[in-house]
Design a protein around this ligand. Structure first.
Ligand code: GLU
Length: 476
């Protein structure tokens, strides 16, 4: 992946940070305090598997403790290393500040190819890794709360939560030690879809502003826009599914490990995902064109490019060739610092990762609050809300018949109006509100300051300013 002269992921994040702080009025000491990673814990542990001891290396990095708990996912991948985990932890600090969730930034990783191990083995490995982190308070409801990331999901989070509960039998808030758990194990509705849903809400908000669309040389709304998605994992799949099923976008290409599927008429994302679940790849997907070489498809003409896989995929090697006028970074760090400069000069508009993929941690925040309050969202209000709506409908129907007005409400309207909000509806509402509010904060800086010309710098400025305020109020 690395191209000669290219900054590493961690350097990229630092350089982007410095581009923002150059426009801010921070004391050099505070600037450094915010930028540096507070600590990274490395652990090597052994697990007896298939008759021999296997040694694994894992990390938990804490970037900033200006607020606690610190928050961020745990990644399972052979590519995990200290630099990557630290870069991702820094992004978590800024992301949490930007979307106003009360957390510092952290990230974890385990060097492992999860596909090489069966479920029972993965459980043993996960529980052992969790044990190492829990005994050092690097997993703790009040101090450090992990979540899923690449290579992990609900299943791993349930094992971690159970491991914590076993080691802390009297902690009434044990479930809040990790988010992204399955709903039956203390999770929340809408967490799995959250990051992809957030990408959809981010794009909807972006398209609400004519000025912003024009800055990306786009017109109209999302309907009919041609989209390329890289990575059909949890984030890419949900973003592509919602945008194509609900907003009328046409997904003309999907790029994955084993190449790309291209179809100008639009790809059915649900069918493709089911094919991938069955076969493990894109190849053999009927009807559409399969290209064995995926990377070149990033450079195809389209309206919106959604990199939803790894960091560094748009770099010095291909940035000049990218034709999309709008990129929304569903992955963390998909555009390197060098590529970002090339793209900005070309006039490509980038909706930055720390905003675009913040849906995950936003709904994690709701899950954490749910666990601490020990009650499902909507449990108290839902039926009361329905009763009030019913009162209004019945009164309108009475008035209509008493006065002989002949008004009738459509069944569809009545059904929707009479339905109280359940947990999923509330989660989506909270997420939508968060994505809109954060976008508006970024856009105010972007349009309001003559020295700010892109959304990434605007996002960093908003985030760093909030972190700096917290440090100052602590007397630093
Ligand atoms: N791993 C996700 C991210 O990069 C989610 C983190 C969380 O929910 O804590 O934002």
């Amino acid at each position: 992946m690395s191209v000669a002269g290219e900054a590493s992921f961690r350097e990229s994040v630092d350089l982007m940070f410095k581009r923002a702080t150059a426009l801010m009025d921070l004391s050099p000491g505070l600037e450094e305090k915010i930028r540096v990673c507070n600590s990274t814990y490395t652990v090597r542990f052994g697990v007896r598997l298939r008759g021999k001891i296997e040694t694994f290396t894992g990390y938990r990095s804490v970037h900033s403790e200006h607020m606690e708990p610190v928050k961020g996912g745990i990644r399972y991948s052979l590519g995990v290393n200290q630099e990557e985990v630290e870069a991702l932890a820094a992004l978590m600090t800024y992301k949490c500040a930007l979307v106003d969730t009360p957390f510092g930034g952290s990230k974890g990783g385990l060097c492992i190819d999860p596909r090489q191990w069966d479920e029972h083995e993965l459980e043993q490995i996960t529980r052992r890794f969790a044990y190492e982190l829990i005994k050092r308070d690097l997993i703790h409801p009040a101090q450090n709360v992990p979540a899923p990331d690449m290579g992990t999901g609900e299943r791993e989070m349930a094992w971690i939560a159970d491991q914590y509960a076993r080691m802390n039998t009297t902690d009434i808030n044990a479930k809040a030690c990790v988010t992204g758990k399955p709903p039956h194990a203390g999770g929340i509705q809408g967490r799995v879809e959250a990051t992809g849903r957030g990408v959809q809400y981010a794009l909807r908000e972006f398209f609400r502003y004519r000025e912003d669309r024009e800055a990306a040389r786009l017109t109209g709304d999302l309907d009919g826009k041609r989209v390329i998605v890289q990575g059909l994992g949890n984030v890419g799949y949900h973003a592509a599914k919602f945008l194509s099923e609900e907003d009328g976008v046409r997904v003309i290409a999907v790029i994955e490990r084993d190449g790309a599927i291209v179809d100008e008429k639009g790809i059915n994302i649900e069918e493709l995902r089911q094919h991938m679940n069955r076969t493990g790849g894109l190849a053999g997907f009927p009807k559409e064109r399969h290209l064995p070489e995926g990377a070149a498809v990033l450079e195809m003409e389209c309206d919106i490019l959604i990199p939803a896989a790894l960091e560094g995929v748009i770099n010095l090697g291909n940035a000049a060739l990218i034709k999309a006028p709008l990129i929304i970074e569903a992955a963390n760090g998909p555009v390197t610092f060098g590529a970002d400069e090339i793209l900005r000069k070309k006039g490509t508009l980038i909706i930055p990762d720390m905003y675009a993929n913040a849906g995950g941690v936003t709904v994690s925040y709701f899950e954490w609050v749910k666990n601490l309050s020990h009650i499902r969202f909507g449990r108290m209000q839902r039926r009361a809300e329905e009763a009030r709506s019913r009162l209004l409908v019945e009164e309108l129907e009475r008035l209509s018949s008493d006065q002989g007005l002949g008004w009738t409400m459509s069944q569809d309207f009545k059904q929707k109006f009479l339905q109280g909000s359940d947990e999923l509806a509330l989660v989506r509402s909270g997420l939508d509100d968060t994505m809109r509010t954060a976008y508006q904060a970024m856009r105010e800086v972007w349009h309001g300051r003559t020295d700010v010309n892109d959304l990434r710098v605007a996002a960093y400025i908003v985030a760093i300013d909030r972190v700096a305020k917290t440090y100052r109020s602590k007397g630093l």
